[in-house]
Design a protein around this ligand. Structure first.
Ligand code: SAM
Length: 301
């Protein structure tokens, strides 16, 4: 271990980001982030949610780029989970970074959207809320137990225009075609690790990164097949490694299967923006507010 993270990860970070940014990332790995949430607009209004927190004397900050999100200040996840507004699905606890891909994909009424790796459904439910329950989403999840959690969250959030498929998305029939695809890919989680995790050395391995890259490549290939030509998709991971992000996208961009739709990264002014090797993509570094996260918006050519 170097600086409490596995040696190979340290070397990958140094190679990709250099020493100064690697130190910033290590600092981010040692932070405890506040509870963050979004109002589930299928059931509640953000003004009512704020009023409830005011009455409970739970203070909060707003999020400049998302009016439905809040950063809570003097509370814990356990306390929030005891509240009625949590138990009846009026609020959904979600990291700020994870709220970005649905905003980028911007789901609209009657669009047929594939959420390729969907459980536990944070982004499925957010996409439905953003479309006022008017998009139609196919939510695919390979793991049966996680798919049950996804279905539970959909029910609790009142997100009902969803078809859940328990299936390896790589095996989806090529006969399908979608207006939009969200590929929130399974990844190593290199953006979310904590240096206080005692099991890190045994769980965060080089093999995990390599296996993740392989699955990401195969899922992206399938996503392109299933997306209508000229239509848009979003690729995201909670990894900050080029091996799982830019390197996965590059081949498809070079072969003119996809083009980048630039994301306006300037709106994330309170985040650490890491450099990426593909202009127009967003890579947020781990910090006291954000998990490390990568997002790219793409169009099928
Ligand atoms: N999008 C989810 C959300 O916002 O709540 C988080 C998705 S998580 C990063 C990745 C998910 O992909 C996991 O639930 C994992 O079980 C699932 N998964 C992994 N490989 C898959 C595959 N080949 N096909 C479909 N789902 C897969």
């Amino acid at each position: 271990m170097i600086n409490n993270i596995p040696n190979f990860l340290y070397h990958l970070l140094i190679e990709q980001y250099g020493e100064n940014l690697t130190n910033t990332i290590l600092e981010g790995y040692s932070q405890k982030r506040p509870v963050t949430l979004r109002a589930n607009t299928l059931k509640a209004d953000i003004t009512d949610i704020k009023n409830i927190f005011d009455k409970l004397q739970i203070s909060y900050k707003e999020v400049s780029w998302y009016k439905d999100a809040l950063i809570l200040e003097n509370t814990s996840e356990d306390q929030i989970k005891n509240l009625e507004i949590y138990q009846n699905g009026e609020i959904y606890l979600q990291s700020l970074s994870s709220m970005i891909p649905p905003l980028v994909i911007s789901p609209k009424e009657n669009e047929n959207i594939l959420d390729m790796a969907a459980a536990p459904g944070s982004k499925t439910t957010q996409m439905l809320a953003l479309s006022q329950n008017k998009a139609f989403i196919t939510a695919c999840e390979k793991n049966k137990i996680r798919a049950e959690r996804l279905q539970y969250n959909l029910n609790k959030q009142g997100a009902n225009r969803v078809n859940v498929m328990i299936k390896d998305a790589r095996q989806l029939d090529d006969f399908f075609s979608f207006d939009k695809v969200l590929l929130d890919a399974p990844c190593s989680g290199s953006g979310t690790i904590s240096i206080f995790d005692k099991k890190l050395e045994s769980t965060f391995t080089e093999d995990l990164v390599n296996r993740s890259s392989k699955v990401q490549h195969d899922l992206l290939k399938k996503a392109i097949t299933l997306l209508k030509p000229g239509h848009e998709m979003v690729y995201s991971t909670c990894s900050i490694l080029a091996k799982e992000n830019e390197n996965i996208l590059r081949k498809f961009i070079d072969f003119k299967q996809l083009e980048i739709l630039p994301i306006d990264v300037s709106i994330f002014s309170d985040a650490i923006l890491l450099p990426t090797s593909i202009e127009g993509t967003l890579c947020i570094g781990p910090s006291d507010l954000y998990e490390g996260f990568f997002v790219a918006a793409l169009r099928k050519l």
